[in-house]
Design a protein around this ligand. Structure first.
Ligand code: GAP
Length: 553
């Protein structure tokens, strides 16, 4: 499985889906750039979502709000105080990690704690750190890159994350009182080290400053003027100086929708139930970046905030859970690898009263791709309380603050899920011993390139028809490429199978005589001969098949 995922990542790099950001400078951790094919795939997923939720309905409108968000908005929404993850530092390895995702302690057959260093040299450095700073005089042995901590007893090694136990170590000198370490039910994930700080909340938002004058200079100037009590006031001074210019890179697109609620209602004459869709970048200073584009500091969200009368919130929550899951399955080759999972009470975000995740079975296990949540009237009420905004809807007999059902999908995670879903390796009967060839069986609507037009040879007599066919497809807005390299036609087909191009149109010698061409299908490898003027309609029908089903449902 891991090998298959590595082959997929290699394909993404090799064929222009995904690059490490600033690679020529050694890369920036957690940052990725989308290549010419990646940007198309991402755009096609986004467009499918937008068509489904905005164009195919008459109760949803779009919005595009600013990424830079003032302090007041995110204070009111609860993000300034509550948008936190717990963070723990390992005092031995200096790694930083989230305790809720960290494993329990591992013991060897003698009940001792093995700590695995990356190499022998590091094991020796860590041994000194333990002996000199972290646990002086405890008994330990080093074998290669493994440090073995001799444990006298450990209070319940299966301790649940969040409870506190103790590890008691054997001492070099039996007369010395034993060294005891607090144990919280987890260790540093990479090494099994139990030398950890207490957990502390860590705000996930990126803070920046909207200020033409370097705010740091201003802080220095102000603190210098207050020299006498500098140490006690320094933090307060920094906060005070920076406060007026503090803005955040938004951690979700949703708040931009809530603060514009009244404007949209007024300008578009909307009444609940209705929705506002927004697509855009969000930013989170994640403690742990994982699995390529799965968890990154900068990512894109497709969010729909659907406003309903309070008494309808449960039924619309059910409606959107079903509706969104249907969208995921419609585009999948392997629907069995998608599932819905209801949040338990302690998992739920501070604003939600119900939440169901859509998860995909990635090569490393199930991972969240979308959350559908019942946010109640939390956000609108918070903004009303802080600004006095008029977010109430007045109806004949009553007035109310609408409840919000939210569907929040990660575009980058969707792209990764559909790439994994589409990735097929096929052993070729005639090519025994060669690595299997790759076919990306992407939904044609998602495929970066819709059609590749292939003249059999590069001879000039093929040019005119090749260009006519390509133009007839391009004018429909389909990304179409002309492949006139010297490669054999079969090789050219395979190169397009690898990037998911659903249709290759070949111009051969017969085409020069009767203006017919062949269309080859990526998944069946079957070819159909038809007049070139029919190609546009045939492909339009194939692309519309799924869309029409969506519309008529
Ligand atoms: N407005 C609600 C909200 O933002 P969330 O569950 O925190 O809810 C929604 O995020 C979706 O955004 C997730 O299901 C995931 O697909 C995506 N997402 C969140 N954090 C991400 C990250 N660091 N990298 C990539 N995608 C992320």
């Amino acid at each position: 499985m891991a090998q298959k995922f590595r082959t997929l990542l290699d394909l993404c790099r090799r064929r222009g889906f995904l690059y490490q950001s600033a690679e020529i400078y050694g890369g920036l951790r957690g940052a990725y750039d989308y290549g010419p094919l990646g940007v198309e795939l991402k755009k096609n997923i986004l467009n499918s979502w937008w068509r489904r939720h905005v164009y195919y309905r008459d109760d949803v409108v779009g919005l595009d709000t600013s990424i830079l968000t003032p302090h007041h908005v995110l204070k009111a929404s609860g993000h300034v105080d509550e948008f936190t993850d717990l963070l723990v530092d390992c005092t031995l390895t200096k790694e930083r990690f989230r305790p809720d995702k960290a494993p329990q302690i591992t013991l060897d057959k003698d009940g001792h704690i093995p700590i695995l260093a990356p190499n022998k040299e590091t094991a020796q450095i860590w041994k000194s750190t333990i002996e000199e700073q972290l646990a002086p005089n405890i008994k330990l042995t080093v074998k290669g890159n493994c440090i073995l901590l001799h444990t006298a007893s450990i209070m319940n090694p299966d301790l649940k994350n969040g409870q506190v136990g103790e590890i008691t170590f054997e001492m070099k000198d039996d007369n010395q009182s034993p060294f005891i370490l607090k144990y919280h039910g987890y260790v540093e994930p990479n090494t099994n080290s139990p030398f950890l700080t207490d957990s502390r909340p860590f705000n996930l938002m990126f803070k920046t400053f909207l200020d033409p004058i370097d705010p740091i200079d201003r802080v220095i100037q102000t603190t210098l003027q207050q020299k006498e009590s500098i140490s006690s006031t320094i933090r307060a001074t920094v906060d005070e100086v920076l406060k007026p210019s503090t803005v955040y890179l938004r951690p979700e697109t949703a708040q931009g929708v809530f603060v514009n609620f009244e404007q949209v209602v007024r300008s578009m004459k909307m009444k609940p139930p209705f929705g506002i869709a927004q697509v855009g970048k969000s930013f989170r200073n994640e403690i742990r970046l994982e699995h390529g584009i799965f968890r990154t500091p900068e990512f894109e969200q497709l969010e729909l905030e659907y406003f309903v009368p309070p008494s309808h919130s449960n039924s619309y929550f059910d409606y959107w859970r079903k509706e969104r899951f249907r969208w995921w399955l419609e585009h999948a080759c392997h629907p069995e690898n998608f599932r819905q999972r209801d949040h338990t009470k302690d998992e739920m975000a501070h604003y939600a009263s119900g939440c169901t995740d859509v998860e995909y079975l990635y090569p490393w296990g199930w991972g969240e791709v979308e959350g559908v949540a019942n946010r109640g009237h939390y956000d609108l009420t918070q903004h009303i309380q802080n600004t006095g905004a008029n977010f109430k809807i007045s109806e004949e007999s009553s007035s109310y603050v609408p409840h919000v059902i939210e569907s929040s999908c990660g575009l980058n995670r969707a792209m990764l899920a559909y790439l994994c879903d589409a990735f097929h390796q096929i052993e070729d009967e005639n090519d025994k011993g060669k690595p299997p060839r790759i076919v990306l069986k992407l939904d044609p609507r998602f495929a970066p390139i819709k059609c590749a037009v292939m003249p059999l040879t590069g001879k000039p007599e093929f040019n005119s028809l090749t260009q006519k066919v390509a133009r007839s497809l391009r004018c429909k807005g389909w990304y179409t490429v002309v492949e006139s390299q010297k490669l054999k036609i079969g090789k050219r087909y395979y190169r397009h199978d690898e990037i998911g191009t659903p249709w290759c149109i070949t111009i051969d010698y017969q085409s020069l005589e009767d203006e017919t061409v062949t269309i080859r299908d990526r998944d069946t490898c079957k070819q159909e001969r038809l007049h070139w003027k029919e190609v546009q309609q045939v492909i339009a029908d194939k692309l519309m098949k799924g869309e029409a089903e969506e519309l008529l449902d």
